[in-house]
Design a protein around this ligand. Structure first.
Ligand SMILES: [Zn+2]
Length: 153
């Protein structure tokens, strides 16, 4: 049987789709940190005089929102689809890292000191408004820090 042009077109398109999906999956699982994020990480570590944290960067296939966790020796980010939210979560985790390597080596929590650092970072990245909305939903102290900043400015 001779393949018609249309069949051939459909077959090749299906093949291209499969390949694209596979590449996307590989990208999602590669754990590679995006260039923009690595720039923020390096710059922040330099500004705050802390070691550059190793980052595991995972990509969520379904979530819009990101999440993260800071451990003793690395940060894990699960990136959702929303870029602004990825950035916010990265800055949040970097704030944990900074507190941990600076003022409060035993401090992991969402303390007033943590939020001061976090909001310094949010301010550097012009994200105070979004941060107040996003973080204030979960953390009363974030709302308090946002209020302090507003009163000062
Ligand atoms: Zn946290």
């Amino acid at each position: 049987m001779v393949e018609s042009d249309e069949d051939r077109f459909l077959r090749l398109r299906a093949k291209a789709d499969r390949l694209r999906r596979r590449l996307e999956d590989e990208a999602q699982n590669s754990g590679r940190v995006p260039v923009w994020a690595q720039k923020i990480i390096n710059k922040t570590a330099e500004d705050w005089d802390v070691p550059v944290p190793p980052i595991k960067w995972r990509r969520s296939k379904i979530n819009k929102w990101s999440s993260g966790r800071t451990f003793h020796h690395r940060i894990v980010v699960t990136a959702g689809k929303d870029r602004q939210d990825q950035k916010l979560v990265l800055l949040h985790e970097l704030a944990h890292w900074i507190v941990k390597h600076g003022p409060d080596p035993d401090g992991w929590g969402h303390t007033a000191a943590f939020w001061r650092v976090a909001f310094d970072l949010f301010a550097d990245h012009k994200m105070i408004k979004y941060a107040t909305m996003r973080e204030g939903r979960n953390w009363a102290r974030a709302k308090t820090e946002a209020k302090i900043r507003r009163a000062r400015s």
